[in-house]
Design a protein around this ligand. Structure first.
Ligand code: ATP
Ligand code: MG
Length: 434
């Protein structure tokens, strides 16, 4: 994209309504604009980040064996009456009526809908297990929408739902999702800690919240150093090996991790290598047995022909919340520092003197070679303003093209994360990045 022709409305001043760094930076870097309380439009740069995150989430869901589909945002009240949640859900649910006075709602989650879909299409135990997911907008009329996209009313979620014949199968599905989550967060450049969460009346160790570490996070986190330095993507754990999945699950549940809400000081005292930090919840997975399948009449024919009620689990990731969470984990005074995997563009090409033949020619050449993966700052602005915007927008690499270097065929390459600069020949700079 050429910046001179793009809608990337960066702001110099700090917007008054933003209380936390990610919210401020998302507004200042021109990623989003609020259109109503807790509802945001994703501008071109923000939309690219959101899609990059969704794509990593998708690849890891697919690798775990889950299948992508798409359910609608609008649901019928009937579905939710069948599970008993229509009245129970309360004022967080946005309720609507169509022209025939039929009651509808904007989905805050999809357990009922997926249970009904599976009920009407899966008949035999041979068709299980199934794990289905979608990446879809949700609406929850939060009492206090705040912190920008971190607690919005309309937000993008990846939600997956597993169906197994029995408890043992559900445990395997749960472990696969847990591994997919740790791989996903690692690829997003985040340190994630799985924390035992309330599993309600069912009990057991099959409910976890995923907290990512960020200095400005909402809750204090206490965890065992054992969680650090594990490589989840390196082939140590396979989705296809139940032994690997069990070993992985034991590793995740065997070490201490808690937020200030559930901190157990006696257990903490026994941890040899203690770590503390601040954290943000970005995902939640849980097994809930037959909580929805039972009341909604989902059964399949078992091996002996008798009906069996499948065991379910559900698995959420806050895709749009992750945009804010990544910024909380990775920014400085000057702006965002995007991890390479989610950056809207890998590099910005900063033309210090548009109109200078050598500068223009190097920039155009580079821009073409990046094939859409670079942003070209071809604006006629002052150099200082361009540098400030490049730092603010957080591109992993800045390629600065000025008349002096350009005459000798050189550019200056800056790595945003470290501030390290280097003068290089054009091709060498390109080779460093691509
Ligand atoms: P919270 O305790 O933050 O309200 P929740 O328990 O309601 O979260 P889930 O129903 O488990 O959340 O949803 C799965 C994920 O969706 C959460 O882990 C979070 O990342 C994201 N999420 C939930 N509510 C919001 C929201 N209002 N805005 C943005 N993301 C959200
Ligand atoms: Mg909530």
């Amino acid at each position: 994209m050429r910046l001179s022709r793009s809608l990337v409305p960066t702001l110099k001043e700090t917007p008054a309504e933003a209380q936390i760094a990610s919210h401020r930076l998302m507004l200042r870097a021109g990623l989003v604009r609020q259109t109503a309380s807790g509802i945001y439009a994703w501008l071109p740069a923000g939309w690219r980040v959101l899609q990059n995150i969704a794509q990593i989430v998708r690849e890891e869901q697919d690798a775990s064996g889950a299948q992508e589909m798409l359910m609608p945002t609008i649901q019928s009240a009937e579905l939710w009456r069948a599970s008993g949640r229509y009245d129970a859900y309360g004022p967080e649910m946005l309720r609507l009526k169509d022209r025939h006075e039929r009651e509808l709602l904007y989905g805050p989650t999809n357990e009922e809908m997926i249970t009904e879909i599976v009920r009407s299409s899966v008949k035999s135990y041979r068709e299980l297990p199934q794990n289905l997911y979608h990446i879809q907008w949700k609406f929850r009329d939060e009492v206090r929408p705040r912190f920008g996209v971190m607690r919005g009313r309309e937000f993008l979620m990846k939600d997956a739902y597993s169906f197994d014949l029995d408890y043992a199968g559900a445990v395997v599905s749960y472990r696969k999702m847990m591994l997919a989550y740790m791989r996903t967060f690692q690829r997003l450049g985040l340190k994630a800690i799985p924390m035992a969460a309330d599993s309600g009346p069912i009990g057991g160790d099959l409910s976890h919240e995923f907290i990512i570490l960020a200095p400005t996070g909402e809750s204090q986190v206490f965890y065992d150093a054992a969680f650090e330095g594990i490589d989840y993507t390196g082939g140590q754990f396979s989705f296809d090996s139940e032994a690997d999945l069990q070993r992985f699950h034991e590793m995740m549940t065997g070490s201490y991790a808690a937020t200030d809400e559930k901190h157990d000081t006696a257990a903490w005292a026994k941890v040899a290598e203690k770590r503390e930090g601040r954290g943000i919840e970005v995902g939640h997975i849980f097994y809930f047995g037959t909580k929805y399948s039972e009341p909604m009449g989902l059964t399949v024919a078992g091996p002996d022909g008798k009906p069996v009620v499948p065991h379910m689990g559900s698995y959420g990731i806050g895709v749009s919340r992750l945009v804010g969470a990544i910024i909380e984990a990775s920014h400085d005074e000057a702006g965002i520092i995007w991890p390479d995997s989610v950056a809207p563009w890998q590099a910005v090409i900063v033309n210090l003197k548009p109109g200078d033949a050598a500068c223009d020619s190097i920039c155009e050449d580079l821009y073409a070679k990046f094939a859409g993966k670079a942003l070209y700052d071809d604006r006629a602005d002052r150099a200082g303003a361009k540098f400030a915007d490049a730092d603010l927008m957080g591109h992993p690499w800045q390629i600065v093209v000025g008349p002096r270097g350009a005459a000798a065929g050189n550019v200056e390459l800056k790595r945003r994360a470290t501030g390290e600069r280097q003068e290089l020949a054009v091709d060498a700079a390109l080779a460093r990045i691509l």
